[in-house]
Design a protein around this ligand. Structure first.
Ligand SMILES: NC(=O)c1ccc[n+]([C@@H]2O[C@H](COP(=O)([O-])OP(=O)(O)OC[C@H]3O[C@@H](n4cnc5c(N)ncnc54)[C@H](O)[C@@H]3O)[C@@H](O)[C@H]2O)c1
Length: 375
């Protein structure tokens, strides 16, 4: 008998790719998803990309009855259901906290109840790079700095790079899991809460849990009309509408963009490798790219001659540089990212062809500006 897996948020971008991978490897998949209109459109129709073999239960992660029903016969759970967006979380505070934090507690209480009758093989929770805040840095004298911050005053002066307490310049380094979290947005706080809750309850109730800290994920199926998350999808939506991608600060922010197929592969490893249990892992491509370079490369790949617009504005809650050290996932789980960014962008460009994207970037920007969340 193939094992049965529940993916909360399974109709979303990452969940649907994971569902495909699990189905291809003999698992049965159930998805619990409320088809959030920000992701799936106002008509809340199940997405065409969801495989017919996925049993889709339309319901809310905060609804204990639905969650209990979804859990009754599964062997493992991937917890992906969440509101996703750093900027938006800073003003939709109640909703982000309710879905992400309380939603996780509802899921966990139902899992505790079910585990008394029949144990779970695994709980894998989607954590995020956002929990680190600024990544790890190094001083000119070689000292490591794990608590870099940027003051509002320095951002006002257009000094985007963090410096050390004594003013020493800092060089960004790959961030390991051991870096102390620095929670700079409501979204980041909620993702850390989700991660800790799952590991803590997992340990207490013998539910083998793993947390995966995803970096910037991209690929086909990312919601194009959602201006609050998924920077490559947001840039693509602008380009498809003949407009320049809008870049905050000066575009020199360093990030790691990881293909969704590699994320799905990491999820499968977290499910199958026993050594992963009880731990948190960075999941990225292992590469680094600046946001400005990314926008340029995407325009080139899609074949439109539109330069990005560098706004010089900053969003409160944003970080300057953060990219992962993925060594722990490689050595512990055998994780090996396979999709180089250029090939991943080619694939994305193919998927974008003929697609319609509603550009809501101006709306999202205004929502931050009226609340003084941009500088
Ligand atoms: N995409 C990224 O770059 C990234 C990076 C780090 C972490 N993550 C995390 O990975 C997970 C999946 O992200 P994604 O990019 O696939 O996002 P997504 O928005 O495409 O998927 C999330 C899904 O959750 C569903 N959902 C939202 N609220 C719900 C609720 N109350 N009840 C049930 N379902 C609900 C949505 O309808 C959606 O289908 C999230 O937990 C996110 O925080 C994503």
């Amino acid at each position: 008998m193939p094992r049965k897996i529940l993916i909360t948020g399974g109709a979303g971008f990452i969940g649907s790719h994971l569902a495909d991978l699990l189905l291809a490897n003999g698992y049965q998949v159930r998805a619990l998803d409320n088809l959030d209109p920000q992701i799936h459109g106002e008509d809340r129709r199940p997405p065409d990309y969801l495989d017919d073999e996925v049993e889709l239960v339309i319901g809310d992660i905060r609804d204990g009855d639905v969650v209990r029903h979804c859990l009754h016969d599964v062997d493992a759970v991937f917890h992906f259901a969440a509101r996703v967006g750093v900027g938006q979380s800073m003003y939709e505070v109640t909703d982000y906290t309710d879905v992400n934090n309380r939603g996780t507690t509802v899921l966990l209480e139902c899992m505790i109840e079910r585990a008394k009758r029949r144990p779970f093989d695994r709980l894998v929770v989607a954590s995020s790079m956002s929990i680190y805040g600024e990544g790890l840095y190094q001083r000119p004298d070689g000292g490591l700095v794990g608590d870099a911050l940027r003051s509002i005053e320095q951002l006002r002066l257009g000094r985007f790079d963090p410096s050390d307490h004594d003013g020493a310049p800092l060089t960004p380094l790959a961030t390991p899991e051991t870096k102390t979290p620095s929670l700079m947005s409501v979204y980041a706080l909620s993702k850390y809460d989700q991660e800790r809750l799952c590991l803590l309850i997992g340990n207490a109730y013998d539910i083998p849990a793993v947390a995966l800290r995803f970096f910037n994920v991209y690929g086909p199926r990312q919601a194009l009309s959602n201006p609050y998350s998924g920077v490559l999808a947001i840039f693509a939506s602008r380009l498809l509408n003949g407009k320049p991608p809008l870049i905050f600060e000066d575009g020199a922010q360093q990030r790691d963009f990881v293909h969704v197929g590699d994320i799905a592969a990491a999820c499968r490893l977290a499910l199958e490798v026993d050594g992963a249990v009880g731990r948190s892992f960075n999941i990225g491509s292992g590469g680094v790219v600046t946001v400005r370079e990314l926008a340029k490369r995407l325009a080139r790949t899609i074949g439109v001659e539109i330069e990005p617009e560098i706004t010089g504005q900053c969003r409160i809650g944003d970080v300057r540089h953060c990219f992962p050290d993925i060594g722990l996932a490689q050595t512990t789980m055998g994780f090996q990212p396979r999709m180089p960014i250029d090939a991943g962008m080619e694939e994305l460009a193919g998927w974008l062809e003929g697609r319609i994207a509603i550009d809501r970037v101006a709306e999202a920007r205004e929502a931050l500006a009226v609340r003084s969340l941009t500088i």
